[in-house]
Design a protein around this ligand. Structure first.
Ligand code: GLU
Length: 277
């Protein structure tokens, strides 16, 4: 199989047939947790254009807990897991209601896919999830994936949507994973404590220095941080899938990626990795 990236740290637009896009809570919600409709609209319009270019698009979305917080009038993430699970039950429906409405404006059908870690690890359930996603893509719908937070206890969770999106990309043999975050790429050191650095354009090796620089957890509403992005990159690299980490605040970011540009950091699979498909 020819590769979806070129030697110059660019992507080959003609080879990006199946694209997984992950968007985090910090992009989708206001600091207090309410859904940010302007950003959701901009995201959906760009996804609709990628789809209109003939690509298959899967969206991995966070924001269920955040939207639940907003709906319940909470301003900070609750501490107990069971409260987060309950908030996800409130927020997931709201999230889908908005996606359904926004994608429908472009004539697109969405399909909610809620996964647990077991669905991705147990061979029979994994195959079933893979087949269902294949049918949904064949029907030209836009599968919208999240973890099934409401029913997943701590020890059986994927836990963060960066890792979830990489596992989904590997499951469906995607040509690219795009992680839309509130940072515009991977920095050598935590940019919140060491300003004035440029993001690394291309990463081909996840050495100990990168993990050390990745720091800890993310924002008050999200669960990620750089560590889970690197974990996602490790999964993609092992599966032979390129991954772009970039800012979801950058206007037209997905259109640029559709043209083969990489506005952020491109993580490339190890040269001898076996392609996932
Ligand atoms: N599944 C969680 C949610 O929808 C988000 C997990 C994450 O942000 O990584 O709120």
């Amino acid at each position: 199989m020819a590769e979806a990236w070129t030697g110059a740290g660019r992507l080959d637009p003609g080879r990006l047939r199946r694209v997984v896009v992950k968007v985090g809570t910090s992009i989708l919600t206001h600091p207090g947790g309410r859904l940010h409709f302007g950003r959701m609209e901009a995201l959906v319009r760009q996804l609709a254009d990628l789809h209109g270019e003939g690509r298959e698009v899967i969206l991995v979305t966070s924001g269920a807990v955040g939207a639940g917080m907003g709906r319940m009038g909470l301003t900070s993430r609750p501490r107990t897991l069971v409260e987060k699970q309950a908030l996800a039950a409130v927020g997931q429906g709201l999230l889908m209601q908005h996606y359904e409405k926004l994608f429908a404006e472009y004539g697109l059908v969405v399909a909610q896919v809620l996964l647990t870690r077991e669905d991705l690890e147990d061979p029979r359930r994994r195959e079933s999830a893979r087949e269902t996603l294949a049918v949904l893509l064949g029907w030209r719908t836009v599968p919208i994936v999240n973890e099934n937070d409401t029913v997943t206890a701590e020890e059986i969770r994927v836990g963060d949507n960066d890792t979830l999106s990489a596992r989904v990309a590997a499951l469906v043999g995607a040509d690219l994973l795009v992680i839309l975050s509130d940072v515009d790429g991977l920095y050598p050191r935590d940019p919140r404590t060491c300003p004035g650095q440029e993001p690394v354009p291309v990463v081909t090796e996840l050495g100990p220095d990168l993990w050390r620089g990745a720091g800890g957890a993310g924002t008050p509403v999200g669960t990620g941080g750089m560590r889970t992005k690197l974990q996602a990159a490790a999964i993609c690299m092992a599966a032979g899938i390129p991954m772009v980490l970039t800012s979801g605040h950058r206007p037209g970011v997905l259109a640029a990626i559709g043209r083969g540009e990489v506005p952020g950091t491109l993580f490339l699979p190890r040269p001898r990795a076996v392609p996932a498909r």
